[in-house]
Ligand binder design. Sequence first.
Ligand SMILES: *[C@@H]1O[C@H](CO)[C@@H](O)[C@H](O)[C@H]1NC(C)=O
Ligand SMILES: *[C@@H]1O[C@H](CO)[C@@H](O)[C@H](O)[C@H]1NC(C)=O
Length: 380
Amino acid sequence: MANYSIKLSLIIFTFFFPRQLIFCNSQNNVIKGGYWFRDSGISTNNIDSTLYSHLFCAFADLNPQSNQLIVSPEDRDSFVQFTSTVQRKNPSVKTLLSIAGGRANRTAYGIMARTFNSRKSFIDSSIKLARQMGFYGLDLDWEYPESTTDMTNLGILLDEFRAAINTEARNSGRVSLLLTAAVSNSPRVNGLNYPVSSVARNLDWLNIMAYDFYGPNWSPSQTNSHAQLFDPVNHVSGSDGINSWIQAGVPIRKMVLGMPFYGYAWQLVNVNNHGLRAPANGKSNAGSIDDGSMTYNQIRDFIVQNRAKTVYNATIVGDYCYSGSTWISYDDTQSIRTKVTYVKGRGLLGYFAWHVAADQNWGLSRTASQTWGASSQEMK
Ligand SMILES: *[C@@H]1O[C@H](CO)[C@@H](O)[C@H](O)[C@H]1NC(C)=O
Ligand SMILES: *[C@@H]1O[C@H](CO)[C@@H](O)[C@H](O)[C@H]1NC(C)=O
């Protein structure tokens, strides 16, 4: 990215073109990102892409035999049409093909990353697939490398990925594909350090997954805020994560804060003890999925149907609600608004949502987008 001719053309651009035009052509002055996947509840033509600058189509996966990137037969049609479909409502929205994801086989990625040939097979097939399907970039969501060797090899993989993307752009005369990755809230995950300098050098930006800090399956005995922005007590929060990435050496302009459009439902031990960090008994039956998670849409319906009490905690920036023995941590409009204001104020590149279909009537998406404001007002 930081290459002289790009800089020079930007300077020329800045001096000779009217501001309006710069904004229209500038790809990454703010990331208003959102992920979509096939079974998420809405089809691609129902995505309100006007509220997003970048949409991530999830997930393509690794074929461990060939070490190539593949799209499952069930995904193929919607992936091939993804870009043209979401660009109908917003012609300037950029799309990225997301790779792996939380349910992918992490061991297979570790094996692929071990040798030059298998990495090359993965990288070349990824670039080819992204181009064939009309995506603007690739987003690697390897959750997570399992050893120091995996982390080292991830660093090498990203170096080679960036080089291959640059070569492809030169040879094809096209704008380079974007290269991003979804990473954990801090540069240390499961006791292992990310290859931070490679990450900073090679990625256009990092999607920081600032959520899932607590959940009824992995912290069953206490309610807690799973995506809080601040944590004066234990320093497990989005802002603490950002600070740790900064300390590790990643420029803040390469960071994009993840915001959950979902929550987690615990079962309270005592219905009269319903605060933060109240005793709990694992997940509530209200949570529809195995891990006790509920989409924002389901949570809003739950609140209305059960006349649940809602609480916004401004100290931590997080919402919760409760009714009977069900207690749910989530982000409502106030949390989203405050997070986006924070992201903008600290000079991050933007935010992303997991996931767009979990929203209710685009309420959180609209709140986030409007809070940032029109991107044309951002570059000074
Ligand atoms: C994950 O990948 C490894 C290596 O390819 C393989 O041995 C293992 O069986 C896979 N696990 C699952 C659940 O498919
Ligand atoms: C808000 O969060 C702070 C910090 O964790 C906590 O001390 C306080 O009790 C919380 N207030 C409510 C109403 O949840």
